[in-house]
Design a protein around this ligand. Structure first.
Ligand SMILES: N[C@@H](CCC(=O)N[C@@H](CS)C(=O)NCC(=O)O)C(=O)O
Length: 206
């Protein structure tokens, strides 16, 4: 298939977030699967993402890396999908996209790795403490049907994926508000399609 939009991914990675987003915008795209430790670290791919990590996208001559940035980019590149609010309404949209990419990711990673920030050092750590991040996020997902208000947006693809994985892998508290929020997202046709595509690309375990 000839297309100017390419997804660089591995089916067992955060690339699933971007696949979901691509299915939401309904864009035609081609997928390149990269393997951990080999093609992901090869010079050809390091020219796309010097971090040697997936996902990344190339859209014509534009390369975007970092899941949250890719979700935001695709929402703007394909405005007909209506996945980004008007500029004047983007306060919550940007806040939660960046909150999830920064404080939420870091809080979950530290907790998973058993890193505890001493109380007297929390003021210098971007997320403060894990419990506070959970409380703030719990309120946010309970305040409106979607994270940035009444309409589903790219921020839901990103933050919803974190919540889904957090609940699935036990890296986040199983709070009813998180479960109710994910229930509103999980059967979106684009999410189901993306999961099916990534599952089909996942090597089967014997
Ligand atoms: N901050 C990046 C994280 C990307 C990332 O860590 N990807 C992992 C897979 S989920 C990866 O490619 N790891 C391979 C490696 O580090 O060698 C994003 O949000 O896109």
């Amino acid at each position: 298939m000839m297309t100017d939009l390419v997804l660089y991914t591995n089916p067992m990675s955060r690339g699933r977030i971007v696949r979901w987003m691509l299915e939401e915008v309904g864009a035609e795209y081609r997928t390149e699967i990269l393997e951990y430790g080999t093609t992901m670290k090869a010079p050809e791919y390091l020219a796309i993402n010097p971090m040697g990590k997936v996902p990344a996208i190339r859209h014509g001559s534009t390369v975007v890396t970092e899941c949250a940035a890719i979700c935001a980019y695709l929402a703007d590149a394909f405005p007909q999908a209506n996945l980004a609010p008007a500029l004047k309404d983007r306060g919550s949209y940007y806040r939660w996209l960046f909150f999830a990419a920064g404080p939420l990711e870091a809080a979950i990673a530290d907790r998973t790795l058993g890193v505890e920030v001493p109380a007297d050092k929390q003021m210098m750590v971007g997320y403060g403490c894990y419990a506070h991040v959970m409380d703030v996020l719990e309120k946010a997902v309970g305040d409106s049907p979607y994270i940035a208000g009444d309409s589903f947006s790219a921020a839901d693809v990103y933050i919803g994926s974190h919540i889904f994985w957090g609940l699935q892998f036990g890296s986040m508290d199983k709070r009813p508000a998180f479960e109710a929020y994910w229930k509103r997202l999980e059967s979106r046709p684009a999410h189901l399609r993306a999961t099916e595509l990534d599952d089909a690309d996942t090597p089967k375990q014997d």
